[in-house]
Design a protein around this ligand. Structure first.
Ligand code: AHR
Length: 342
């Protein structure tokens, strides 16, 4: 609870007690105001979103908005359009309008110390969602996240098992599979972690000598950029690439267009694994154009609202809250699609 609201509650409780002692209104009636009796307190949450770069992001925005409504939390929502300075401006405007809790998905990892300190000085708790920051953890209350390192590792391990069990051989001959990687937003925690998790799993594999990263570049988590970068990969190495690891779903879908335009069969000539597991990837898998989607859930909303309520009620929350996720290979895509929420 913000310091001034906490003091206000103490003050109103003291007033109630003194009224009761003076034989005024009964304590029960007088205390039935906004949260002073331990009942639901009205909460305003300021949420600074990254932008609308992907199918995943749109689903995340929808989930945050719907969850706030369902939880009876007033949401102040701001779209930073992929610019850190816009996110910082939004956080400052949440501080100025004295919201109860601030939450944001940090576009990049660094550069948050000053604004987080401003929120702390104003007594407004901050909850990070999805991506992380490198700032001092005492500047925010908790981080609700899905483990991007694990996702990258899951992507490589699935590929490794698939290449082995399918008896795949490198398209250009030799004894190494050539890997292309579409990375995410430069400077974002999830982009760095997914890549690291993938490369660590490759190093740790007993088959590590069978893989070579031929090309790796950011596709900025967008379909258009994923297509453009894949086109350039194909121009120089089109006859060699065996595997595409795409650090999100939209870039994979853009890359599929580039692969088809180059006269190759996505999902066959080039094995494709992406992270997100949104409906677009499921449809591509059902069409045989992609091989596996590793889940990164956008459904942070319910946990965020529950956490905001706990914080405002003065309850302890853990320093990190991890969400569970799955792995969806193409052979179960059709059966799973009706269960997908995004
Ligand atoms: O931060 C999560 C990532 O951002 C998602 O994987 C990607 O699709 C989005 O744009």
């Amino acid at each position: 609870m913000k310091l001034k609201k906490f003091l206000a509650s103490i003050l109103s409780l003291a007033m109630v007690l003194s009224l009761a002692a003076c034989g005024g209104d009964s304590g029960e009636d007088a205390a039935s105001g906004d949260g002073a009796d331990g009942g639901e307190q009205s909460i305003t949450l300021g949420f600074a979103q990254v932008g609308s770069e992907s199918e995943w992001r749109t689903a995340n925005t929808d989930n945050i908005k719907a969850s706030a409504e369902e939880a009876g939390i007033t949401l102040q929502f701001s779209d930073a359009q992929q610019k850190q300075e816009n996110q910082i401006k939004a956080i400052r405007s949440f501080i100025a309008s004295d919201v109860d809790v601030i939450s944001f998905c940090p576009i990049v990892e660094t550069g948050w110390d000053t604004v987080l300190q401003e929120a702390k000085d104003a007594g407004i708790p901050v909850v990070l969602v999805d991506r992380g920051v490198t700032a001092d953890p005492s500047l925010y209350v908790t981080h609700i996240f899905a483990d991007a390192l694990k996702e990258g590792g899951n992507a490589f391990n699935w590929i490794d098992e698939y290449m082995t069990s399918e008896g795949k051989t490198p398209r250009a001959g030799g004894d190494q599979f050539q890997v292309a990687i579409l990375e995410g937003t430069v400077g974002s925690s999830v982009a760095a972690d997914r890549l690291q998790g993938f490369l660590d799993a490759m190093d740790a594999s007993e088959n590590s000598a069978k893989y070579n990263v031929l090309c790796s570049q950011t596709g900025e988590y967008t379909r258009a950029k994923g297509m453009e970068v894949m086109e350039s990969f194909l121009k120089s190495d089109g006859d060699k690439i065996d595997i595409l690891f795409s650090c999100n779903g939209d870039m994979a879908l853009g890359a599929i267009q580039a692969i088809e335009a180059a006269g190759l069969k996505p999902g066959e000539d080039i094995v494709i694994v992406s992270i997100d597991a949104a409906k677009g990837e499921f449809n591509a898998m059902i069409e045989g154009k992609m091989n596996c989607a590793v889940e990164h859930t956008p459904n942070f909303g319910p946990t965020l609202m529950e956490t905001a309520k706990k914080i405002v009620a003065g309850e302890e929350v853990p320093a990190t809250i991890e969400l569970e996720e799955g792995i969806y290979p193409a052979d179960i895509a059709e059966q799973e699609l009706p269960n997908r929420t995004y």
